[in-house]
Design a binder for this molecule. Structure first.
Ligand SMILES: [Cu+2]
Length: 440
């Protein structure tokens, strides 16, 4: 196959148009990333940000606040903060180890009772007793579990995590409203085999430097506006209008963890991975997906299939231990589900930055002519590397010959945001050239 054909816009398809637009957007966003990255040396720019401690004891404070959408809108939210920290959406990613006894103190600063449930965990205690559904005096259920009273109440949950995997915690009180308002977060349980494994199985080893959360959610801003005004909202009127990854819309999804201009949306979703190498990178990247909306999200990483290894915190394998892993072009991320997927990228064409033109081992690159270039030029080469001369009028924004693939929701309505195209569930996968390289 002629690799240069990939870049030639012979098919003026809608999808290609989208990609070109996104590349243009990336110019702006990525420049901003670099500015922010300079000032945020304390946290890694990308990758999972764990809230963790040796005692697996956490305080989550339910409070309200605002998040920014890429169309300039501000949306009123309810979410969970880490202890007395500022409001953030989504709630903290809690990381614990298998067999830990996890203690979560929920403080409630909201004007309604709230609670937390922990799907996939058993024998959860609330204030030291088995958790119980709550009922009003007429016998109507008001909560799936014990609550923290409105305006200052607290409740303490405790449970032992018996199985490794990716889980969620979410409101168990009026969850149709409260989970939608933002009262949820991720719970990651590391297996006893060690943090370099996703599960207690040799085949689940991953590169610990390339572990990512992909928390997909949605917002109907009219619901949020109603609660902000103290009005009621009829869920029959619910219509998802914003679609988010890790609490952000595109292109903010690409910005680093704790980007200064997103003070309440701390989590990046740029997956930064490395080509498979038997010595340097023998293990894949791990992306932990969570679906926390009402709609299903078919999530599509471009240019390579993802391999689903687990769903809902359970490894996909037979009783005999044979794997049932699935290669997927599009990952079905459904409401309430979690999905663990490997991202692997292979340098099958043997990228060689030192090859001279015409060398037999040089990757065959042909720069398209000027009128066939996308708006602005991101690569000197369509493949790993900005080693080629950029045509007059072109620019290269690469740092070290890295390559970017868009990764997005394949339901294209879900890559919109309240009618604005290309601000929904879209992010990128960054692939660095094989070592040695000069990547920062
Ligand atoms: Cu696409």
């Amino acid at each position: 196959m002629n690799k240069t054909a990939r870049l030639k816009p012979t098919r003026r398809s809608f999808v290609l148009g989208l990609m070109l637009g996104m590349i243009a957007l990336l110019f702006v966003a990525y420049t901003a990333i670099q500015v922010a990255a300079d000032g945020a040396a304390t946290a890694p720019a990308t990758g999972i940000v764990c809230t963790e401690n040796a005692s697996a004891t956490f305080t989550l404070t339910a409070k309200d606040g605002y998040i920014s959408m890429a169309d300039g809108n501000q949306v009123y939210m309810w979410s969970l903060a880490d202890g007395q920290d500022d409001f953030q959406y989504p709630g903290p990613v809690l990381c614990v180890n298998q067999n830990d006894t996890v203690t979560i103190v929920l403080h409630n600063e909201l004007p309604e009772d709230t609670s937390l449930v922990f799907p996939g965990q058993s024998d959860v205690l609330a204030n030291g007793l088995p958790m119980e559904p709550q009922f009003d005096s007429q016998g109507n259920m008001t909560s799936l579990t014990d609550t923290a009273d409105a305006n200052g109440g607290s409740v303490t949950y405790q449970f032992t995590v018996n199985e490794p995997g990716t889980y969620v915690y979410q409101s168990g009180t009026n969850p149709g409203i409260q989970t939608q308002m933002g009262l949820w977060g991720a719970l990651v349980v590391r297996p006893t085999m060690g943090p370099e494994y996703a599960y207690n199985d040799e085949s689940t080893r991953f590169n610990v430097n390339t572990e990512y959360m992909m928390m997909l959610s949605e917002i109907d801003p009219l619901l949020h506006q109603a609660l902000e005004r103290g009005e009621s909202f009829d869920l029959k009127d619910y219509t998802a209008r914003y679609f988010l990854i890790n609490g952000r819309t595109f292109p903010d999804t690409l910005a680093p963890n704790h980007a200064s201009w997103l003070p309440n949306q701390p989590y990046s979703s740029l997956s930064h991975i490395y080509p498979y190498d038997p010595v340097d990178y023998p293990y894949p990247a791990l992306d932990r997906f969570i679906g926390m909306g009402v709609e299903g999200y078919p999530f599509h990483p471009h240019a390579f299939n993802a391999q689903i290894i687990a769903r809902d915190g359970r490894l996909l394998q037979t009783d005999a231990g044979d794997d049932l892993y699935e290669e997927r072009f599009s990952l079905p991320i459904n409401p309430g589900q979690t999905t663990d997927a490997f991202y692997a990228w292979r340098d099958d064409y043997k990228w060689n930055p030192n090859a001279a033109p015409g060398d037999p081992d040089e990757f065959p690159v042909e720069i398209p002519n000027q009128q066939n270039l996308p708006p602005g030029l991101f690569y000197g080469s369509p493949f790993l590397g900005n080693q080629d001369v950029v045509p007059v009028g072109g620019h290269s924004f690469n740092q070290c010959g890295e390559f970017y693939h868009i990764a997005h929701n394949h339901n294209l309505q879900q890559i919109t945001g309240w009618g604005v195209v290309l601000i929904g569930q879209i992010t990128f996968t960054r692939i660095d050239p094989p070592l040695p390289n000069n990547c920062p």
